[in-house]
Ligand binder design. Structure first.
Ligand SMILES: [Zn+2]
Length: 343
């Protein structure tokens, strides 16, 4: 098969012809129709997430099953699927209650610790598959895996947003953010979108943001207080998580509100006054990806048209390196999947 292979950490991917994968016990082979690069691929490529070389990157995968290994029970050839990229044990105390991404025996990620989707075929454990209904374009379906699923859980389950609440989204024009805007709006929230590009912010407004703030030009914490008449946002979704944005996000949370961190920079410390935990009863928490049921819910949101996947272009497989570089340099709005088969 054709694949983009990483041979050395930090170096460019190379377009290669390599043997097709064979399914091991309880695995299937998925013909990859589309696979979207995201920032985590940049981290993986640089060797900052572990894994083994040579490696095929890619964990936002949509495709069709072309063969099944022994022990596969629920999926057949021809099934259309998206892939849950976490390799978890399924039986520890956290997996048992559906908190699989907090698995005590976590084995890593498809596309980092096993080969991923920048290829014509990928071997995937059956437990990582999620059915995709007919009629969803595969390139659009790649957005389900993270850009739709991640904020859907963060806003619904972690922030527990309610109609009429104000939701602040910091990093609203990234792949996850632009879908978070739509989800918050669908929940009936008043949405404030913060990012640093006027053109992308304008698109965020078209997709449902009630207020947009360019944080390169204005202090977004001041703007949020002005928009909310001094009260702050009921929920703040942090998708950037730098030592510049986190203090502003923290001070933007209203009394009884919640700050949910999804994007972050490891080791970046920010100070916060603990008075606010008591006097204002605010919550600060995080959200680590989703379980299979939550991924299925994201499929439903896209399948029913409740959310519009934002795709700003596609790349051929051999141009995956360019796709990664364009993503890393902020040229992409929403997602721009590598499209291996056009459907
Ligand atoms: Zn587990």
């Amino acid at each position: 098969m054709k694949a983009m292979v990483l041979k050395k950490w930090g170096e460019e991917l190379s377009f290669e012809e390599i043997p097709d994968p064979e399914p091991r016990y309880s695995e299937v082979i998925v013909r990859v129709y589309a696979c979207a690069p995201d920032q985590f691929d940049v981290t993986i490529r640089d060797g900052r997430a572990g894994g083994n070389l040579p490696l095929i990157l890619g964990h936002e995968i949509a495709g069709e099953i072309v063969s099944v290994g022994k022990g596969v029970e629920h999926f057949q050839e021809g099934s259309k699927v998206v892939v849950h990229p976490y390799l978890t044990c399924g039986h520890c105390k956290f997996c048992q209650v559906g908190r699989n991404t907090l698995c005590l025996n976590f084995k890593g990620y498809i596309g980092a610790h096993t080969n991923g989707g920048y290829a014509e075929y990928v071997a995937v454990p059956e437990e990582n598959l999620c059915f995709l209904p007919d009629g969803i374009d595969f390139a659009l379906a790649t957005t389900i895996v993270s850009p739709v699923a991640t904020p859907l859980k963060a806003l619904k389950t972690r922030a527990k947003i309610q109609p009429g609440q104000t939701v602040l989204i910091v990093g609203a024009c990234g792949g996850v953010g632009i879908h978070a805007v739509q989800i918050a709006k669908a929940f009936g929230a008043n949405v404030i979108a913060v990012d640093i590009d006027d053109q992308k912010l304008s698109s965020a407004k078209d997709l449902g943001a009630d207020h947009i703030v360019n944080s390169a030009k204005k202090d977004f914490a001041d703007e949020v207080l002005e928009i909310t008449e001094g009260i702050g946002a009921d929920a703040v979704l942090e998708l950037v998580g730098t030592d510049l944005t986190l203090p502003k996000s923290f001070s933007s949370v209203s009394r009884t509100g919640v700050l949910v961190v999804v994007g972050f920079q490891p080791g970046k410390i920010f100070e916060c006054d603990p008075t606010r935990f008591v006097d204002d009863e605010i919550l600060v928490t995080g959200s680590r990806y989703v379980n299979k049921a939550e991924l299925s819910e994201a499929v439903e949101w896209v399948g029913s048209g409740r959310i519009k996947p934002v795709i700003s272009g596609t790349y051929d497989l051999k141009d995956a390196e360019q796709a990664l570089q364009d993503l890393a340099s902020g040229k992409i709005f929403g997602r721009a999947p590598i499209q291996i088969i056009k459907n």
